[in-house]
Design a protein around this ligand. Structure first.
Ligand SMILES: [Zn+2]
Length: 115
C-alpha cells in the first residue's frame, strides 16, 4: 500500500468566489464575467478597479469572500477519494458548495425572467 502524496483538493486550489452583499451575485473566477469581458480564470483580486457587480452595479468592496465554493471539483473529490478515506472535505464544505451551486443556479435562472 503506497501512501498518497499530500495534495490539495481541487476545491482548495481553486481561487475564491465572491458574493455581492447587495444582490447575492456570485463572482466565480472559473467563469469570469462575460458582461464585462472578464475572461474565465480571472481571480477576483485581479479584476480591474472599475469592475462593478454585473447585476446591481455596486463596487468590488461590496463583495465578500465565500471561498472556492464554485469549484467544479466537489464531485470528483468524492469519487477519487471515497467517503471517510480522506477528511479533506468536511460536511460544512459540502453544504457550502451545494448551497452556493443552488444559489447560483437559481440566480442564473432568474436572469431569464428579466426579459
Ligand atoms: Zn450585486
Amino acid at each position: 500500500m503506497s501512501e498518497q502524496p499530500k495534495e490539495q483538493t481541487l476545491a482548495e486550489q481553486a481561487p475564491a468566489c465572491y458574493e455581492c452583499k447587495s444582490c447575492g451575485y456570485v463572482y466565480e473566477p472559473s467563469k469570469g464575467d462575460s458582461k464585462s469581458n472578464i475572461a474565465g480564470g480571472t481571480k477576483f483580486e485581479e479584476l480591474p478597479d472599475s469592475w462593478r457587480c454585473p447585476v446591481c452595479g455596486v463596487r468590488r468592496n461590496q463583495f465578500v469572500n465565500i471561498g472556492a465554493s464554485g469549484a467544479p471539483s466537489g464531485f470528483a473529490e468524492n469519487l477519487n477519494y471515497g467517503f471517510g478515506v480522506n477528511r479533506l472535505t468536511p460536511a460544512q464544505k459540502n453544504i457550502l458548495i451545494f448551497g452556493a451551486l443552488a444559489l447560483g443556479f437559481l440566480f442564473f435562472i432568474s436572469l431569464y425572467g428579466l426579459k
